[in-house]
Design a binder for this molecule. Structure first.
Ligand SMILES: Nc1ncnc2c1ncn2[C@@H]1O[C@H](COP(=O)(O)OP(=O)(O)OP(=O)(O)O)[C@@H](O)[C@H]1O
Length: 289
């Protein structure tokens, strides 16, 4: 497997609109509020994680960002385009990978990648597939039916599919789920190099805290369908007085209100730190443009 070569050519994102801008995003299923009034933005060229326990609303949020689910309320702009009115302008420059979404089982890996190449209107589908197959070490899988792959192989094929169109905005759901530690580490390196080479924005839902610490500039933590906290990994560690993001995550998941260093007051009791209030979070600037 070969890593993409870093280049500074595509990293000038200063004038670009936010890659994602979400305002009051809500999804209700009858009495269940899966996502309740999310507001955040992700500057272009950043790698941002969406964390949260099971049922926090991550998949629902990503599905709405992709236009697969219609929000009950709220607005989404992706790459500067309104996802309700101008989805067709954003989607060709976006892509998505999830180990939980299967490609059609009977088609071979090559056939599946060809179908997606045509959907994205690639000029040289065979060349692009060859390149990605070599990069992601899936050349030996190209003629196999997609339904007969191991979980780790499916994850690599899904990533190849997600990179076919060189997306400017790549949404990833658990990008290294089911991968052995060596391959998982390699994929993280690959994604990092891809981001630096192309200046793309990566937005990933993950339960792997080490992955998030290694890859992400910013972290958005969801709980109960809302943004509970946000900030750069180092800022979150400092704020919660913890050594790992996993411990921060557990504090939030288990409603532990740790005293802030030198302030002697539990975080949850400090009204000036309420992340739900506009400008009240301790690090929303890091996610806003
Ligand atoms: N189609 C649906 N109908 C009713 N409730 C739903 C539906 N889809 C999701 N939900 C509910 O919305 C909430 C958020 O679900 P979601 O799948 O977005 O969570 P998640 O953060 O991705 O969880 P996980 O980490 O377990 O994948 C959950 O309570 C879930 O049961």
């Amino acid at each position: 497997m070969s890593q993409p070569t870093p280049s500074s050519a595509a990293t000038d994102t200063i004038d670009a609109p936010p890659a994602i801008a979400v305002e009051g995003l809500t999804k209700r299923y009858g009495p269940v509020t899966a996502v309740g009034g999310l507001t955040f933005s992700v500057p272009s060229g950043r790698t941002v994680a969406l964390l949260g326990g099971n049922g926090a609303g991550k998949t629902t949020t990503i599905s709405m960002l992709l236009g697969l689910l219609l929000p009950t309320e709220g607005r989404i702009r992706a790459l500067g385009f309104d996802m309700l009115k101008e989805r067709h302008r954003a989607l060709p420059r976006m892509n998505f990978s999830s180990p939980y979404v299967d490609l059609p089982h009977r088609l071979t890996v090559r056939q599946n990648l060809m179908v997606y190449s045509h959907l994205y209107g690639l000029r040289d589908p065979k060349g692009r597939i060859r390149e990605l197959a070599e990069d992601l070490d899936i050349a030996h899988l190209l003629n196999r039916p997609s339904g007969k792959l191991s979980a780790g192989q499916k994850t690599r094929v899904a990533l190849a599919k997600a990179l076919l169109n060189d997306p400017a905005l790549l949404l990833l759901d658990e990008p290294t789920a089911s991968l052995d530690p060596d391959t998982g580490d390699w994929i993280r390196g690959y994604l990092n190099a891809y981001q630096r080479r192309t200046g793309a924005t990566l937005f990933l839902a993950s339960h792997n805290m080490q992955e998030v610490e290694r890859l992400c500039d910013d972290v958005l933590i969801m709980k109960g369908g809302r943004v509970h906290d946000r900030g750069a990994p180092a800022d979150l560690l400092a704020r919660y007085g913890r050594g790992t993001l996993e411990d921060v995550f557990l504090d939030i998941a288990r409603d532990r209100t740790r005293p802030l260093e030198g302030e002697g007051q539990p975080r949850a009791e400090r009204p000036d730190r309420d992340p739900e209030l506009p400008g009240g979070g301790s690090g929303p600037e890091s996610l806003s443009e």
